[in-house]
Write a protein that binds this ligand. Sequence first.
Ligand code: DHE
Length: 548
Amino acid sequence: DGPSAAYEPSMTTLSQIQVEIPGRKPDDPVISAEEFQQGTQIYFERCAGCHGVLRKGATGKPLTTDITRENGYDYLHSFITYGSPAGMPNWGTSGELSEEHVDLMARYLLIEPPAPPEWGMPEMRDSWEVVVAPEDRPTEKMNDIDIDNLMSVTLRDAGQIALIDGGTYEIKAVINTGYAVHISRISASGRYLFVIGRDALVNMIDLWMETPATVAKLKVGIEARSVETSKFEGYEDQYAIAGSYWPPQYVIMDGDTLEPLKIMSTRGMIYDEQTYHPEPRVASIVSSHFAPEFIVNVKETGKILFVDYSDIRNLKVTEIEAERFLHDGGFDSTKRYFLVAANARGKIAVVDTKEDKLTALIETGGQTPHPGRGANFVHPVYGPVWATSHLGDETVTLIGTDPEGHADNAWKVVDTFYALGGGSLFIKTHPTSDHLYVDAPLNPDAETSASVAVFKISEMTADADAEFVTLPIGEWAGISEGQPRVVQPEFNKDGNEIWFSVWNGKEQESAIVVVDDRTLELKHVIKDPRLVTPTGKFNVLNTREDIY
Ligand code: DHE
């Protein structure tokens, strides 16, 4: 017996492995081709973000047919109708899906999902459009807009963004984009605005034009959520990056034209089990301030990638083992550490962008942390902290972020207190503000989902639960129809006003409510027939400089 036995390849052949025939099974519910097509569209628009294109689950539970068939039609129907306090929206009772569509989706989920196509360089290049070439663009700012105080607002169901002047509240432009733009990000110089639709269309908008408009477009996949630009000194405005949910990949683009330069797949092994995952989606991406690197968070495999863009033909990627189901996050106040929620694991992963290492994995104690970019402030007792709220319960968790000045508190949960209720998505403060704002847009209770909790930072103590006041933002908007949800607080440039989206149904009235941060009084309500389903808002200065 020589060493050959150890090297003998496995003799298992395909004929010995039990394979399932993809497609329809005899006991599948009856569904017409037309209904299947419509179900696929609704699933893409409403469900895929949480449950995955292949339905393997992440923020939402897995919906593979072994599970859905076990639970059955009635269970699915009632879950889709009423939602759950853990974050599943009440699609039926909120009126967002009709009874007919709820019935369709309950049947649709009992059938195998369709396999979506790949999207490589040929498809990307076909979709690529330079609308205004760099040499035809203005050489100086051609408008009188205070760009740093501009707010880029997602008009979700209209497939547009609105650019709103932070000083006059005037809508300066409404620009057609991909469907349901998820986020806006700004180039290091502040000139270019990048937005990405859920359908993976990236628009690059020139804020120097007389009326800001799209100068380049690229479709980076079928479904996506994140885009960012190179910010390290010497690389300002040089590259952009976009991450996709489907296909699971990220692409580095030219920062002037969006020309796709390099596509990297994220398919591969889950960090701990080391088993293969076919759909590791790209969640948040940030740009390092300490190195020419993008920090790319891969959801299902639980890896944080430091992608070095200084030499993209000889690309170096440092792969950090973090935690599964990475989602959203932001920097600490020094911008050295990046904190990201592994939401379905109830943890925050902290990475050091100077050393390219995992610093800590912290259990928040709450259910499904959802920080957005989080909130940084100096707590009277604990020193510098970063805060997150939770999708699954009413808790707010504070994590110490100052390993030098407050070593005992660093990367630990220093305090937990209660806000309005479960269904919170975003939390916000500003370096000049004494207030911490916590929303609850996905709370099933209409009054709660239309309100915001505000905590006074200077009055926070070590031993009493922090108290809050409730601002009835939805009521202030004066909207009488639908179930408007108040979502994503965002500060203006100076940090003395905070804006809230009052997000209603597509056919109903929505608004943006502006509150005076110092007095907590209503300052202004922006209403306009063009403000269809406003959700995310991004102040140019705060977004560009990672101030939150
Ligand atoms: Fe988001 C951020 C994914 C649902 C509004 N959302 C993010 C990020 C990810 C993400 C990965 C971080 C991007 C980054 O920083 O690079 N969001 C998802 C989903 O997968 C999910 C759960 C389901 C889906 O189908 O999309 C989802 N998100 C929503 C919504 O329903 C919201 C409220 C409304 C909408 O427009 O779809 C919504 N997500 C936002 C906003 C941000 C965001 C406003 C950016 C917050 C910020 O302050 O940076």
